[in-house]
Design a protein around this ligand. Structure first.
Ligand SMILES: Nc1ncnc2c1ncn2[C@@H]1O[C@H](COP(=O)(O)OP(=O)(O)O)[C@@H](O)[C@H]1O
Ligand SMILES: Nc1ccn([C@@H]2O[C@H](COP(=O)(O)OP(=O)(O)O)[C@@H](O)[C@H]2O)c(=O)n1
Length: 231
């Protein structure tokens, strides 16, 4: 990727991918804050376009109906890791994109190629304009969105660990139901035709099942610092 005029000499692009509950958001935010980088949660963008589809009564079982309106909503992401924001047509949707309804529909919407093309364009533009560099987290960042990233990390964790973390967040949620929903979403995200959830060949895989969040953050910070020192 070409560095724009506004970027520093050491601008660094970090791609963090992996399934739900592996620690992508928490790790990416903390690493970006610690290193003075921007931060982009690409899952929030797919959730935002899904929220718009649901709010506008688009039939999400019909990929052509989704494709026909994929260009309509204006999705804007704020990339400060201390205060990430997401708006759709000027409305703050940080809360509404986390509902059970959006979570259960996001894989179907994000499988539509026109949706991916639109969102990928936004992601590349944000990465190219981040002054000191950026940590971008998602499912296809290292493979498709930013294949020339300076560092690629693929986070994994057992379904049990991931379900325990998620049901800790969703107070009172049944752990088995949470686990099943996660595994189902992983399968949908991994099996779609257009840029599925996958580890890039040159990504460093980190199994976070038995690591604390702090250990994962330190591991990624060290990897970024090593890359910078070698550049
Ligand atoms: N290594 C870890 N050990 C324990 N809990 C973790 C770890 N990493 C993340 N968490 C917790 O698990 C939950 C899901 O993490 P999150 O960063 O949102 O994952 P993802 O973005 O991959 O879905 C959060 O509540 C987070 O605090
Ligand atoms: N780069 C990305 C990021 C998310 N997504 C989709 O968006 C959904 C929500 O992503 P997320 O990161 O918010 O999910 P959680 O891991 O936070 O539950 C995923 O299940 C994918 O369907 C994607 O297709 N590509």
């Amino acid at each position: 990727m070409e560095n724009g005029a506004a970027r520093t000499a050491q601008a660094v692009i970090v791609a963090i991918d992996g399934p739900s509950g592996t620690g992508k958001s928490s790790t990416s935010k903390a690493v970006a804050a610690k290193l003075g980088l921007s931060y982009l949660d690409t899952g929030a963008q797919y959730r935002a376009i899904t929220w718009w589809m649901v709010s506008n009564d688009i039939d999400i079982t019909d990929p052509s109906a989704i494709a026909a309106v994929a260009g309509k909503p204006e999705i804007v992401s704020g990339t400060d890791p201390a205060e990430p924001t997401i708006t759709v047509d000027g409305t703050d949707v940080a809360g509404p994109i986390r509902t059970q309804e959006v979570t259960s529909k996001v894989s179907a919407v994000s499988a539509v190629p026109e949706v991916r093309a639109r969102i990928t364009e936004l992601q590349r533009a944000l990465a190219a304009s981040a002054p000191a560099g950026i940590v971008v987290e998602g499912r296809d960042i290292g493979t498709t969105v930013l294949p020339d990233a300076d560092l690629k990390i693929f986070l994994t964790a057992s379904p049990e660990a991931r379900a325990a973390r998620r049901s800790g967040e969703l107070k009172g949620a049944d752990i088995n139901a949470t686990r099943e929903a996660l595994v189902k979403r992983d399968a949908a995200d991994s099996s779609r035709k257009t840029s599925p959830l996958a580890k890039a060949d040159d990504a460093v895989e980190v199994d976070t099942s038995d690591l604390t969040l702090q250990q994962v953050i330190e591991c990624v910070v060290t990897l970024v610092e090593e890359k910078r020192a070698a550049a």
